[in-house]
Design a protein around this ligand. Structure first.
Ligand SMILES: Cc1cc2nc3c(=O)[nH]c(=O)nc-3n(C[C@H](O)[C@H](O)[C@H](O)COP(=O)(O)OP(=O)(O)OC[C@H]3O[C@@H](n4cnc5c(N)ncnc54)[C@H](O)[C@@H]3O)c2cc1C
Length: 602
């Protein structure tokens, strides 16, 4: 592939479309069918015409191909265009067909991911081509259309994820590298399929074809692009065009560095950039944080039907891009130092970012069960998230969930849609003390979910794959075996503060202290009055789950992230290094609602 962004190209004629007819459409519900292939009305077409140009197309012409760095939005004005997987290769398959007034693309078009499918004109026709830069303008300025495009792209992405389109991972389930990559793929919600080395003739055939020795596994095959041998997260995201700016493209000194891109960090970055701050957002694993691993967040204000973590993360990331946030992905902060009012955060890839202010939003990392053989099954039977990817891995087999909190409850509801039976294992007597009432009610009404109280998981069973778990009924000291394909663990989390090496004041459990909760003796500069959300070092703030005493919820993290920006301005003004006017004048009565630990400095 030549990597040209969606250039109109001539294909190789009849060879292109020899794959089987578009089958997957048949297995979709009518609702999903309609959702994935909306037909634009005349008014919507008219709007898009303002952003693009019309072109004639010939039969067999390639509009974009897998491996292209980016691709444009194509709206079909006449004729038919097919979406093809593995174009021109063995196993070439037509996976969808679009006609008049329908548009092509999925969410990767907006996130900047390389194309992993190809679009080929099946007949002569005409298309409206909207350059990707203009699509971003449409997304920012045309609310009705942007909502339709976003929803369609998200639905298509979810369908493609379900059918295992996109990347191919080949590796052994017994290999730590394979399990690490499975987690990177899942957390980043990358459409992919895993060909397990053991017992997969397809994996063997592909390795032969690619001349890759087993010693080089795991490998990732990027459609139309590179073959990656045991890549790190950064290398993988780089190959997909998703890792963001490198060191040399970052501003010398930015106004605001946000570390961690969960809901708290994303909110801080969006608000910071929208208020005119040069903002960098750095994320270690995947945009969306813990919330990104949730199948459905039901208590977020304004979303009565709930919102998937994927949708929240995608929407927030698009918003961040819209306001010019520089997003640096696969970047784990490993060090912090401060001098003369500037803060320098070092990353595991050797990069460093210097900033006038820092918002720490590194959240928390899930707890693991103290079980033998845990590492052997993590990512291939033991999971810490319940999204479509994990559900797909468990097929419709029984699964067990450990934990009695809301995340466990949501996972139970989500998995009950695909699994024959879902066992919720809790140590306590009842869910009442740990789970919200609305979830308990849903679980009680669901015939596929069983709650097993006063019980612990004591062993993982299975040879090649997870086949079950051993349970200990704590009252009767009796053990039993439960056959399950997947074990989902939701037993709380530890703050991700190790990288700070104890430089900022923490509570006994390692969460960052802020505002008036910081003992005077632990302040970096005695006599300073820390602002609400400000840590023991001036100009460094903490929001969301990483903060001591915060309510561990998505909405709280979002609220704190937004509020912190106001406090960042306040601190920058106090130190004389303000970059722009603060959001809202000090006379704004709404500011009275912003709690400060003590009176702000004069
Ligand atoms: C399965 C599940 C379901 C949930 N459902 C709900 C719900 O329905 N409603 C609700 O309100 N809450 C829910 N929660 C809780 C909610 O997701 C969290 O409260 C929220 O995500 C916290 O946001 P945060 O931004 O503070 O941190 P996090 O979401 O934890 O994000 C922190 C981010 O920082 C990154 N990071 C960590 N260390 C570093 C480092 N050194 N360098 C760079 N980046 C780093 C992490 O990779 C992560 O992406 C759920 C949680 C889970 C796990």
């Amino acid at each position: 592939m030549d990597g040209s962004a969606g250039r109109l190209r001539a294909g190789s004629g009849g060879v292109l479309l020899t794959g089987p007819a578009a089958q997957p459409t048949g297995s979709l519900s009518p609702q999903a069918q309609a959702g994935r292939s909306p037909v634009l009305d005349a008014a919507q077409l008219e709007v898009l015409r303002r952003y693009g140009t019309e072109h004639d197309t010939g039969a067999g012409q390639v509009l974009f191909a897998d491996g292209d760095l980016t691709y444009d939005l194509f709206v079909i004005l006449a004729g038919e265009v097919r979406i093809v997987e593995r174009l021109g290769q063995p196993g070439e398959t037509v996976i969808a067909s679009y006609g008049r007034s329908q548009f092509l693309g999925e969410i990767g078009l907006l996130t900047g991911q390389r194309a992993y499918l190809s679009a080929v004109a099946a007949t002569a026709g005409r298309v409206l081509r909207v350059p990707v830069a203009q699509v971003r303008v449409v997304m920012a300025q045309e609310p009705g259309l942007s909502e339709l495009i976003l929803r369609t792209f998200l639905l298509r992405h979810s369908i493609l994820t379900g059918r295992g389109s996109g990347l191919t991972l080949i590796g052994s389930r017994f290999d730590a590298g394979t399990r690490r990559l499975l987690e990177v793929l899942a957390r980043n919600r990358l459409a992919s399929r895993w060909l397990e080395l053991e017992g997969s003739p397809e994996a063997e055939a592909m390795l032969r074809e690619l001349a890759v020795p087993v010693a080089d596994l795991p490998i990732v095959v990027v459609p139309g692009g590179a073959l990656l041998r045991n890549p790190g997260s950064r290398e993988l995201l780089d190959a997909l065009g998703l890792s963001g700016p490198g060191d040399t493209e970052l501003p010398g000194v930015c106004d605001l560095l946000v570390v961690g891109a969960g809901p708290g960090g994303l909110a801080a970055a969006v608000y910071g950039a929208s208020e005119g701050m040069a903002t960098v957002l750095a994320e270690d694993t995947a945009l969306g944080g813990q919330a990104g691993t949730s199948s459905r967040i039901e208590n977020l204000l304004g979303f009565p039907a709930g919102l998937s973590g994927e949708e929240l993360a995608t929407r927030a990331a698009l918003q961040a891009q819209k306001f010019g946030v520089r997003i640096k992905q696969a970047a784990r902060a490993v060090s912090l130092s401060s001098q003369a009012g500037l803060h320098r955060v070092g990353f595991d890839d050797g990069d460093a970012v210097t900033a006038k202010s820092v918002i720490i939003a590194t959240g928390a990392r899930y707890n693991r069960l103290p079980l033998a053989r845990l590492a052997e099954f993590e990512g291939v039977g033991v999971y810490y998230a319940a999204t479509q990817m994990e559900a797909q891995a468990c097929h419709d087999d029984p699964v067990a969930i450990v934990g009695g909190g809301n995340s466990a409850g949501q996972a139970a509801m989500f998995l009950s849609r695909s699994s024959a039976s879902v066992h919720v294992i809790i140590r306590g007597q009842t869910l009442e003390t740990s789970m919200s009432r609305y979830l308990i009610d849903q679980i009680e009404r669901n015939p596929r979910i069983t709650v097993t109280p006063r019980t612990q998981v004591t062993a993982l069973l299975g040879t090649d794959q997870l086949e079950g778990v051993e349970l200990l009924e704590t009252d009767r000291r009796q053990t039993s075996a439960l056959a399950v394909r997947g074990l989902f663990v939701f037993i709380g989390a530890q703050p991700a503060t190790g990288w700070l090496a104890g430089q900022l004041a923490e509570d006994a459990r390692g969460f960052l202290l802020t505002g008036s909760n910081i003992p005077e003796a632990q302040l970096d500069d005695a006599g300073r009055t820390p602002l609400f959300l400000e840590t023991s070092r001036p100009g460094i703030f903490a929001v969301g789950d990483v903060r001591s005493g915060s309510v561990k919820r998505a909405a709280t993290a979002i609220g704190e992230g937004s509020m912190a920006v106001r406090l960042v301005f306040e601190r920058l003004q106090a130190t004389g290094s303000a970059v722009a006017d603060p959001p809202r004048a000090d006379t704004d009565s709404r500011d009275a609602a912003v709690p400060t630990a003590k009176e702000p400095p004069p």
